[in-house]
Design a protein around this ligand. Structure first.
Ligand code: SF4
Length: 439
């Protein structure tokens, strides 16, 4: 009987690319991949640990999994598994917990699918995780998340990622190009470059061998891929050259997602971020000058220890004046073994939520203002496979989300359209999609 495996992935694009790569290992080992709600023999749950909510979510997913397949063998991998293996091993129904170095050799560890009384843990100290293991997501989305960098050498005081993923390390440019060609050959039209600290690409064996700009230039020569999106880049690593290069590239799309975290220099200092807000504003200004229609996304944390009402208003006003397109707002979440968890000036949960609400409203205002600048313009849209209430969606190069009546022939198609009006739900309504002939 062919054994079945099902996946549940929490967290970031990197986790999705790694789950997809692990899925291919199971396929090569003769397993059939089924959906999470189907009867299965094995569950692989790829975890995140950015917030305590993520930890709790893992427990819920195990419970749900065992409701669908009570006898299934449950394996937990990912950042939470590296940081708190013992805690996870006590979740009823878990059979094995694998750390950051072990997760890519999961097939070697899962030799017997008999459920265990007590979960077994294979987890080395993160310092032992030195190898870069390539991966890319395929088959479950229109865009492919291509992992090119892992780990981080920064020491932001709120962050556990370096503890979960280790030091900054990356693939070689030639190997990235090889994988990108494989992705292109599979019919995927958009690649999203993915990493933990993507802009720090180029470190191998602890030494800097390349720069992110070198990778960008090399990827720009790739045939068969229409779009390349940079998933996220630190402001201090987003150089003038990268912005200039993207401004004249046909392949790299006009969309930058740049973590800010706070608009208060005092709080940026406490976070041990590597820039002050003036640098951030300078990046935005240069992007607006060279790429006026660029989409600019911002990560921001509210309720960091020591953030007074005035500091928050500082952040609010700074963002309000900045010509950005949307915000991703995170409530500060205490993480064990981080310096911030021990800092004074804890912000009460109710205040964190109030501040978060204010920034969510501001984000909606920014997104709408950005969309209004796009109404009436032509754009090329890559249509996704979703089908809800008779509609499907797609994204323009500059990340405008459009909707159109569902047509299976449009799935994974690039089409030229006109952005007509903003619909009641905030998505953009468009003209009749027309063929695009440009690659
Ligand atoms: S740059 Fe800072 S926030 Fe980002 S992964 Fe590294 S330590 Fe964490």
């Amino acid at each position: 009987m062919t054994k079945k495996v099902a996946f549940y992935t929490l967290g970031c694009k990197l986790n999705f690319s790694e789950s997809s790569a692990i899925g291919r290992q199971f396929r090569d080992a003769g397993f059939e991949t089924v959906s999470f709600t189907d009867e299965t023999d094995v569950y692989i749950i790829n975890t995140c640990s950015v917030t305590d909510h993520a930890d709790k979510k893992c427990r819920k997913v195990v419970e749900q999994a065992l409701k669908h397949s009570p006898r299934a063998y449950v394996a937990i991998v990912g950042c939470y598994a590296q940081l708190k293996p013992r805690e996870i091993s006590e979740i009823p129904g878990v059979d094995i917990v694998l750390g950051a170095a072990e997760k890519f050799r999961i097939i070697e560890y899962i030799t017997d699918l008999t459920k265990r009384e007590k979960a077994v843990i294979y987890n080395q100290p993160i310092e032992a995780t030195r190898d870069f293991v390539p991966s890319f997501s395929y088959g479950d989305r229109t865009r492919t998340f291509l992992k090119v960098q892992d780990g981080c050498d920064y020491t932001c005081t709120f962050c556990t990622i370096p503890l979960a993923r280790g030091n900054s390390r990356s693939d070689t440019i030639s190997n990235v190009l090889q994988q990108a060609k494989e992705v292109a050959a599979s019919g995927v039209k958009e690649i999203v470059l993915t990493g933990v600290n993507l802009g720090d690409f180029g470190i191998r064996d602890g030494e800097r061998k390349d720069r992110f700009l070198d990778l960008v230039k090399a990827m720009d020569t790739l045939d068969g891929i229409d779009r390349i999106r940079i998933s996220s880049i630190e402001p201090n690593l987003l150089s003038d050259e990268i912005i200039e290069f993207v401004s004249s590239s046909q392949k790299f799309v006009p969309h930058f997602h740049i973590p800010l975290q706070s608009g208060s220099n005092k709080i940026l200092g406490l976070m041990r971020r590597r820039y002050q807000r003036e640098l951030y504003a300078g990046r935005v200004a240069l992007i607006r000058k060279l790429i006026p229609d660029c989409c600019i996304g911002v990560d921001v944390i509210v309720g960091f220890p020591g953030e007074t009402r005035d500091d928050f208003i500082d952040t609010y006003n700074f963002l309000n004046e900045l010509e950005v397109s949307y915000l991703h707002v995170f409530n500060y979440s205490e993480r064990d073994n981080t310096p911030a968890a021990g800092m004074k000036g804890k912000v009460p949960g109710s205040q964190r939520s109030d501040r978060s609400k204010m920034l969510h409203i501001l984000s909606e205002k920014k997104r709408r203002a950005f969309y209004e600048t796009q109404v009436g313009k032509s754009a090329s849209v890559l249509f996704e496979a979703d089908h809800k209430d008779g509609f499907m969606h797609g994204f323009s190069r500059n990340y405008v989300k459009v909707k159109t009546p569902y047509d299976p022939l449009l799935v994974n198609e690039l089409r030229s359209i006109k952005l007509e009006r903003i619909a009641f739900d905030g998505d953009m309504e468009i003209s009749e999609p027309a063929e695009v002939f440009f690659h």
